[in-house]
Design a binder for this molecule. Structure first.
Ligand code: NAD
Ligand code: 6OD
Length: 484
């Protein structure tokens, strides 16, 4: 059986405790994983601290950027290994891992390598009270050892989204990937070695969250910052855990995202876009739309068209090229999603399509598939309309006016993303500006430019990453004031 180990100070390190890595497509165990304990976390943080003072600390920005490009090269060289590892861990269709997850991982390194070379800093000429002047200028220094904690839905994409800018700024990292999807973080260690990243700069400790590797990392007094992507309530637990050591945090958390479809939209494009926004990655993207508001005039035809799209999705073995709908990540997550399917019925929903488990008559019945599901008819107060489900499911409700649509979309504690579908661009701008979220798409969804601010309002996060926002989070800015 394959063993996925921790990676500490340039070495693959096993341990006394292991846990199983399960393939969500058929429930089979594909590897054993070393469960990081407190000593592994301590050793990783020590190694990361030493690396800051070693070769890595002395490397200039140009050379750092060149090495980040080499990491991207090394990912591309092992493209098929990364794709296979991600597909086996997550059950996502191979087409998705090949088009989205792995190319984005390489792109994350390239974008931040280029950006850090060009990034300017503030300077101000200041008038002093006695009539002379001073010059203020800021310099960028590494923040130190960064703890990176990531989820299972886009494992390598989200891990590198944080590791790349952290390294670009000269930091070292200790990453704690999701226990559900450990493989690509360890594979990335091989790419780091290929790229000549010194020992101790990139460390991986596998394992669980509460009272385990994750929490040991957040509590560690020698970790300088925590960057986390995951559930809002885990974010709340981490906030408590970092409080005694006053660490800066960057949080990308859950969503309950709305899509608003106006009658004047390009109908076919809107249906295709919303089908992606609801069902991509089996609905396991934090940006997915679980609440769809459709102008009443086109409500019945839209519901019908989305139903057809849902029913055309091809659930299957992740490695088959025509599969575009995979399983959920785990038995436990499937229980949660199915509990919401049941709750929706109890809350009075009309089931447009789905609502159950997909059956294949082969080993996939031991996997964690559910049907793509659409509901209508729930009140806005229903739990299924309020709480993040994180599955292939949406509730569609009609609206009569722009004001009503905006009010319903904003009626949530979350505030991650929204999408608006209209051919009236004036309205597109107006409604987008009303959305209480970190990112709004108009006539598109999950179209990313990595230089733009990314993050959530309300329960969906703290801070912004992307472009200069990432560089600023992962840097200690030191302002120098010189009296002239
Ligand atoms: P999760 O919060 O359960 O786990 C995320 C990571 O945190 C895992 O590595 C886990 O081991 C670790 N963890 C759990 N408890 C911890 C603790 N007490 N201390 C330290 N670490 C701990 O999230 P998940 O189930 O892996 O991912 C799904 C969630 O992530 C959804 O809510 C989704 O919306 C959210 N998400 C948000 C974004 C975003 O960009 N906003 C992106 C992806 C996923
Ligand atoms: O595209 C990104 O940079 C990003 N952080 C996406 C998050 C997706 C959530 O599942």
């Amino acid at each position: 059986m394959k063993l996925i180990q921790n990676y500490i100070d340039g070495r693959f390190v096993g341990g006394a405790q292991e846990f199983a890595d399960v393939n969500p497509a058929d429930g089979s165990v594909i590897a054993q994983v070393t469960a990081g304990n407190k000593s592994h976390v301590d050793e990783s943080v020590d190694a990361a601290r030493r690396a800051l003072r070693g070769e890595w600390g002395g490397i200039g920005i140009r050379e750092r950027a060149a090495r980040l490009h080499r990491i991207a090269d090394a990912i591309e060289k092992r493209f098929d290994c990364f794709v296979q590892a991600e597909v086996a861990d997550t059950g996502k269709p191979i087409s998705l891992a090949s088009k989205l997850d792995i190319p984005r991982a390489a792109a994350n390194f390239r974008v931040f390598a280029d950006l850090v070379k060009l990034a300017g800093l503030e300077s101000f000429q200041t008038e002093t009270p006695d009539g002379s002047s001073a010059l203020n200028y800021a310099i960028r220094k590494p923040l130190g050892v960064i703890g990176v904690i990531t989820p299972w839905n886009l494992p390598l994409l989200l891990l590198t989204w944080k590791v790349a800018p952290a390294l670009a700024c000269g930091n070292t990292v200790v990453v704690k990937p999701s226990e559900e999807t450990p493989a690509t973080a360890t594979l990335l260690a091989e790419a780091m070695q290929d790229a000549g990243i010194p020992n101790g700069v990139y460390n991986v400790v596998h394992g669980f969250g509460a009272d385990a590797a994750g929490e040991f990392l957040t509590q560690h007094p020698d970790v300088d910052a925590i960057t986390f992507t995951g559930e809002s309530r885990t974010g709340a637990a981490i906030m408590k855990s970092v409080a005694p050591t006053v660490k800066p945090v960057s949080f990308e958390l859950g969503g309950k995202n709305a899509a608003i479809v106006f009658a004047d939209c390009n109908f076919d494009e809107a249906v295709d876009g919303i089908a992606d926004a609801v069902f991509l990655n089996t609905g396991q993207v934090c940006l997915c739309a679980e609440r769809v508001y459709v102008e009443r005039k086109i409500f019945p035809v839209f519901v019908d068209a989305l139903k057809r799209k849902a029913e055309q999705l091809c659930a299957g073995w992740p490695n088959e090229t025509n599969t575009n709908f995979g399983p959920l990540i785990s038995a436990q997550h499937r229980e949660k999603v199915l509990a919401y399917y049941q709750l929706a019925r109890e809350e009075g929903a009309a089931v447009v399509t789905g609502g159950g488990v997909t059956k294949f008559g082969d080993n996939r019945d031991h996997g964690f598939y559910v049907q793509p599901t659409i509901y209508t008819g729930l009140p806005e107060t229903a739990r299924c309309v309020k709480e993040e489900i994180f599955g292939p499911v949406c509730h569609i409700a009609p609206f009569d006016s722009e004001e009503e649509a905006v009010a319903m979309a904003n009626e949530t504690k979350h505030g991650l993303a929204a999408s608006i579908w209209t051919s009236n661009l004036k309205r597109g701008h107006r409604v987008a500006q009303e959305m209480k979220v970190g990112i709004t798409w108009v006539n598109c969804w999950f179209l990313r430019d990595l230089r733009t601010p990314f993050g959530g309002a309300g329960m969906s996060g703290i801070g912004r990453e992307g472009g200069m926002h990432s560089l600023n989070f992962y840097s200690e800015l030191n302002n120098i004031c010189i009296r002239l």
